[in-house]
Write a protein of this length. Structure first.
Length: 215
């Protein structure tokens, strides 16, 4: 799998530290601008902001709504193993549904996550009860700003829009949105099967066919 060092990481990026940051977060591919714009419009036009979940890990202001889960209810935000199905919200977001299908990946769970200004996710680890199967988390930033950063492996990383990013959430990480506006990401948890290991074969991902990427 092709990865590149996040350009916005501000810690020392040489030697072991560079490898540690890359293990935590990396920019996998650039996305077609028009596809991102269509998904952004759908996300901003969603009829719900979602629900506040995992309150013990945040300052407040972290909202999530499900696009693929086990119940089909967009307000069911409990993450778990299994084969998810589209929620009623994803059925109203055709461009986002096409993009997800184009990736050709085996999804565990997909959601929209909004972090309001002056809000924080405390340092934590995910997948604590999901160790039996290897999986990864993909981020597609739809709305962001320079003060919205991921803090991990001693680095502050701004996940820029227009790209697909990989995060290893089983390692300690936190998130802040210091000044705003809202940070809105499409987040997909995927199983690390052969399709994931071979993806992406190039740098720029488009939609319309499954796993189509170009340099």
């Amino acid at each position: 799998m092709v990865t590149t060092l996040p350009t916005a990481a501000t810690a020392a990026q040489t030697g072991p530290r560079r490898a540690e940051v890359l293990n935590q977060v990396a920019r996998l591919a650039d996305l077609e601008e028009s596809a991102v714009e269509r998904m952004r419009a759908e996300a901003l036009g969603a009829p719900t902001r979602g629900v506040v979940a995992y309150g013990e890990y945040q300052s407040g202001g972290w909202w999530t709504t499900s696009l693929l889960n086990h119940s089909g209810d967009p307000h069911d935000v409990v993450i778990g193993d299994g084969r998810p199905r589209p929620t009623s919200l994803l059925e109203e977001m055709p461009a986002t549904a096409r993009f997800l299908d184009s990736l050709g990946l085996d999804f565990m769970y997909v959601r929209l996550a909004r972090l309001e200004p002056h809000s924080y996710l405390w340092e934590h680890r995910d997948y604590a009860d999901l160790w039996e199967t290897d999986r990864h988390r993909l981020h597609i930033p739809l709305v962001t700003n320079p003060s919205a950063v991921l803090v991990t492996a001693g680095a502050r990383v701004h996940m820029a829009a227009g790209a697909l990013w990989r995060l290893t959430p089983s390692q300690a990480h936190g998130v802040c949105n210091t000044t705003g506006p809202d940070r809105l990401h499409l987040i997909a948890d995927v199983y690390a099967d052969d399709a994931y290991q071979a993806w992406p074969p190039a740098r720029t991902c488009t939609t319309g066919t499954r796993r189509t990427c170009r340099r």
